[in-house]
Design a protein around this ligand. Structure first.
Ligand SMILES: Nc1ncnc2c1ncn2[C@@H]1O[C@H](COP(=O)(O)OP(=O)(O)OP(=O)(O)O)[C@@H](O)[C@H]1O
Ligand SMILES: [Mg+2]
Ligand SMILES: [Zn+2]
Ligand SMILES: [Zn+2]
Length: 316
């Protein structure tokens, strides 16, 4: 959706025709004031299109005008779709352009998300992605930038869920007498679902069953799902433990590898789910030393002579 009214690009939306702002705890889109009154249809919502058809061989081809919805109608629909995603307000500024890669893995993560967005095949099957990494490395940022593109530029329906909020919503739904399927249904069917904080939670039977059902439904239907997690995707490291000679105890080593296992997503979600994730997604893992952007911003703000806060959203 790009608009150039009278040859000049709007400074507010930079020609996108929509603006995304933080409204309460949500990211909210609206049609930019430059495009509220559509210059193409002057607000009527439709335009005329000339068609040509041959109704009778005797008369020959005839030209006639039909009413078709104007592009501004797509715009309003897409903006409404965007406001249903459930993206957190803190992501309203997130874009591919203002994402900075501090290492090769972050570069790969951005390229993967961009490639996925720009080559999304609406009629086909699209492999999603899984971003793993430490806190503040832009996983939610890239997810948000991806969902913005899919919904506002391609007109797809999408949903964003933070996993522990999802469990809480389902639990509440049960208390209100709804069935698991009734609550999970809309999330199973939406064209693109982004699940943030994968692996988080208590790992209770209820949580595992809920997640299993959701992932299995999406997997079986061949639907696209995106994930972000703080847990590691690295392959298992049990080998070092089993390699130790029998009767030889290395408590420190054992404790270390047990700790590592707890950090693995596979251990958190179980084999059944993890196996499906491997087929549903391309994985990117950011290393442990990837800088935490929240801390970088705070440190910059605390430096003597720096202007009072508000760095978020400036694309630093
Ligand atoms: N590489 C980056 N380039 C630009 N901004 C970034 C980058 N990484 C993070 N940010 C910004 O830092 C803040 C935190 O990023 P984000 O929420 O995406 O991190 P995260 O990886 O999802 O962290 P967590 O694991 O804690 O959920 C956001 O304001 C985001 O826009
Ligand atoms: Mg996050
Ligand atoms: Zn504008
Ligand atoms: Zn119009």
């Amino acid at each position: 959706m790009v608009s150039k009214v009278s040859g000049e690009v709007c400074g507010t939306c930079e020609g996108r025709t929509y603006v995304i702002e933080r409204q309460g705890d949500r990211a909210h889109a609206r049609v930019c004031s430059c495009s509220v009154r559509c210059p193409l249809c002057e607000g009527r919502g439709f335009t005329y299109e000339v068609k040509e058809q041959t109704f009778s061989a005797k008369v020959g081809p005839k030209r006639y005008e039909v009413l078709v919805p104007c592009v501004c109608q797509h715009r309003a629909k897409r903006v409404a779709l965007f406001n249903d995603i459930g993206l957190p307000g803190v992501t309203s500024h997130a874009s591919f352009e203002n994402y900075r890669a501090a290492n090769e893995a972050q570069d790969r993560a951005r390229n993967l998300a961009m490639h996925f967005s720009h080559h999304f095949d609406k009629a086909g099957v699209n492999k999603g992605f899984m971003l793993s990494g430490p806190v503040g490395t832009g996983k939610t940022h890239l997810m948000a930038a991806t969902l913005k593109h899919l919904v506002l530029e391609l007109g797809l329906a999408a949903r964003y869920v933070e996993i522990s909020l999802l469990y809480a919503t389902i639990r509440r739904g049960f208390q209100e007498g709804k069935s698991g399927g009734e609550i999970i249904g809309p999330l199973s069917d939406v064209a693109v679902l982004a699940i943030d904080e994968m692996g988080k939670g208590r790992g209770s039977q209820f949580e595992m069953e809920t997640l299993d059902e959701l992932i299995a439904r999406r997997y079986n239907a061949g639907r696209t799902t995106l994930f972000a997690t703080n847990y590691s995707l690295e392959p298992e490291r049990r080998a070092s433990r089993t390699a130790a000679p029998a009767g030889y105890h290395r408590p420190a080593e054992d404790a270390k590898s047990a700790l590592r296992e707890q950090e693995l997503l596979r251990e958190r979600v179980g084999e059944r789910i993890y196996s499906r994730l491997c087929e549903m997604c391309t994985f990117v893992e950011m290393p442990k030393d990837t800088p935490d952007r929240r801390r970088l911003i705070q440190e910059a703000d605390m430096r003597p002579g720096s202007p009072p806060t508000g760095s978020r959203g400036t694309g630093r």
